[in-house]
Structures are given as C-alpha cells and as structure tokens.
Design a protein around this ligand. Structure first.
Ligand code: NAP
Length: 337
C-alpha cells in the first residue's frame, strides 16, 4: 500500500520533506498540499511534478483530502490546531517541532491522543536518527565510558536574521539539544540556568549572543550547552559526553581533508539543512513505516511536552538569572512502550 500524505505548510522544511517523500523515500506519495501562500504550494507541486490537490487550508486538507497521514510543517503557532484536527479525524500526523508553542498546547495534544486510544503523532526531532548520535548513545548504553557524568555541547549558527530574539535561542535552537540529551541519557532534567558571556559584536540588539545553558538531570548529570548563533564560521554541532571511564565525542560530519598552500584543512558546513540531511530521511521513513505497520515508535507527543516544559524553564532562567526548576509531570504508561 502506498501511503497518501497531505502536507500543511510548503515553506523550507515542508518543501524539503515533500521532495524526500517523492524522490528519496519509499512507501508514500504526497497527494495534497496547502499553504497560506497558495503560490508557494503551486510552486512545490510544479517543481516536483506532483499529482496533488491544493487545498484552501489545513482543515480542508485534513477533512476533505483523501489522505492517510498529515505532515504539519507550517509556522509553529499553527501546529497545535492542525495536530488536534488530525487526531480528531483519526489520521496519523508528523509534526515538525515545536509540537505546540506552549506546554498547555502539548498537553492538549497528549489528552486528545490518549482519548483516541493509540499513538497518532510523531514529532520532528531528528537527532536520535543521526548516525553520530546513535554511536554516542551506544557508547553510553553499553557502559563503554562508564556512567555519564557531564555533557559539554555547542550549537553554533553562522548568523541569524533581525527577527531572531533572545528566547528563540531556546525555543528554536536549543530545543533539539533538549530533546536529544534526554534520549541519550535516558534521564529527565530537574533544573536550568542560563548565563551570558560578553556579547559578540555581530549580534544585533534584540539577541543576547552567545548564551550558556546549564542543565541538571535527575541522576545528577550536569550539561553545559553553548548557544552561539552569530559565530560567523559555520553551522557546528558539538557534543562531548564525559563518563567515569572515558569521553565519547559526537563524530564530525564526513569531510575531505585537504593539504594545500601550506595548510591542512577540512570544510565546515554552513547550512543546517545539510548537517542532518540523512537523519531527516531516516526519521520520515520511520514515520511512513510506522504508519504502514499501525505503530509509531519515533519521538512522541511526550517528547514534545518534555521539550516545551524544559524550554519554558530555560527562558524563565534567561530572564531571572536564577537556577529554575524543571517540573515535568509523570510520564503516562501510554507513552512508555
Ligand atoms: P517557513 O519556510 O516559513 O515555512 C512555513 C510555511 O508555512 C510558509 O510557507 C508559511 O507561509 C506557511 N504557513 C504559515 N501559516 C500557515 C497556515 N496556517 N497554514 C498553512 N501554511 C502556513 O518555515 P520552515 O523553516 O519551513 O519551518 C516550518 C516549521 O518547521 C517550524 O515550526 C520550524 O520550527 C520547523 N523546522 C524544523 C526543523 C528541524 O530541524 N526539525 C528545521 C526547520 C524548521 P508564509 O511564508 O506565507 O507565512
């Protein structure tokens, strides 16, 4: 059976996911599209030669489109309403991060999904699908470095536009780290603190940059993450796990090592889309396979809530300068299997 998919929001990632479903993955086709900017949906349809219907809005696509599953890749503020509508229609839904812009919104989705009686939602956290992070996880789980004691990490972007403001360092940037560390450590956060080093001259007036976010987990592991979104030189993700018996580092992306002009060097990526390009493929294929099998196993609505609750505490810590508690409710049995 070929899965029929409808895409809500055909901007950067919506267009890219549509391309991968059409050209790179198996078992699914995009048969419906919508975007507030209809021309953008038309453009994606034409560029990929899709046999797809363009709907007026996301609700019409969910209700009238003959789709088995929905991709929500519109602006973050619209995710909650479309995910709830898809659950109501009994349709599987892959929602890009954030699942909702508030913890309350994530909880509404959890309540609706549990009432529906089965997992229908996968959240677009792709780092657990990255081969490098999988190697790190394996090193931790196998005991190769002993118990993990600390993580030192960095999330660096070359630059950000004027609309990127201080809290977005958490909600838009750190959110991937917030998800992946919980998964790596199989642990939950208990507190967050944010400190601000000297500001870079490349950061505009509305963003404090860089920032250092410090997290503590239930088991006592300490994490420091540098978020530096005007680092100029590239898109660079670093993660070093310090264990009792060794240190495991996230592998660098594969790059040619070149000797030239008395210099030994390797290129560094500059576009976030390239850094995790393979993991986007793997996560979406996993979603397609999960829908086909009637059982989703990727990042769940619970991961969406955990990221939202911890993100809110980090933003509070940015504002207060204090160590802020992170209080995640108990995970329901529904999200344990
Ligand atoms: P984008 O390029 O701005 O695309 C969003 C698209 O959705 C735009 O075409 C926008 O139209 C459209 N849209 C807005 N409201 C809509 C609505 N109510 N119904 C239908 N379409 C609507 O943004 P993006 O970079 O693709 O990001 C989209 C989402 O994906 C965001 O939540 C973002 O955080 C997430 N994302 C995740 C990753 C990841 O690594 N997992 C990476 C990138 C983005 P207009 O432009 O006309 O407003």
């Amino acid at each position: 059976m070929t899965l029929k998919i409808g895409v809500i929001g055909t901007g950067a990632i919506g267009a890219d996911h549509t391309r991968r479903i059409t050209n790179a993955l198996t078992g699914a086709e995009v048969i419906a599209l919508t975007d507030v900017n209809q021309e953008q949906a038309e453009k994606v349809k034409k560029s990929l030669g899709l046999n797809a219907t363009i709907y007026k809005d996301g609700h019409e696509l969910i209700e009238k489109g003959d789709v088995d599953a929905v991709l929500v890749t519109s602006w973050g503020g619209t995710h909650e309403e479309y995910v709830l509508a898809a659950i109501k229609a009994g349709k599987y839904v892959f929602c890009e991060k954030p699942l909702a812009t508030t913890a309350r919104g994530c909880q509404n989705i959890i309540d609706a999904e549990m009432a529906a009686g089965k997992r229908l939602v996968q959240v677009g956290f792709m780092r657990p699908y990255d081969s490098g992070y999988k190697m790190l996880k394996q090193a931790i789980d196998s005991g190769a470095i002993g118990e993990p004691l600390m993580i030192h990490a960095a999330h660096r972007n070359p630059s950000v536009p004027e609309m990127y403001i201080t809290p977005m360092a958490i909600h838009d940037t750190l959110i991937h780290e917030l998800d992946v560390f919980r998964w790596l450590l199989d642990d939950e956060y208990v507190s967050a603190q944010v400190v601000f080093p000297r500001k870079s001259k490349y950061a505009h007036s509305k963003v404090a940059d860089p920032q250092i976010v410090m997290l503590e987990t239930k088991k006592g592991t300490r994490i420091d993450v540098e978020v530096f979104v005007n680092c100029q030189y590239g898109y660079d993700i670093q993660c070093s796990v310090v264990g009792e018996e060794g240190v495991a580092n996230l592998p660098e992306p594969q790059a040619l090592s070149m000797r030239k002009n008395a210099n030994l060097g390797q290129a560094i990526l500059t576009d976030w889309k390239d850094r995790f390009i393979e993991s986007y493929d793997v996560e979406l294929q996993d979603f397609i396979n999960g829908v086909q099998a009637g059982k989703l196993t990727g990042p769940s609505s619970w991961n969406g809530l955990a990221a939202a609750v911890s993100g809110d505490a980090c933003v509070k810590a940015q504002e207060s300068g204090l160590i802020e508690p992170i209080n995640l409710p108990n995970r329901p049995e529904f999200y344990r299997s």
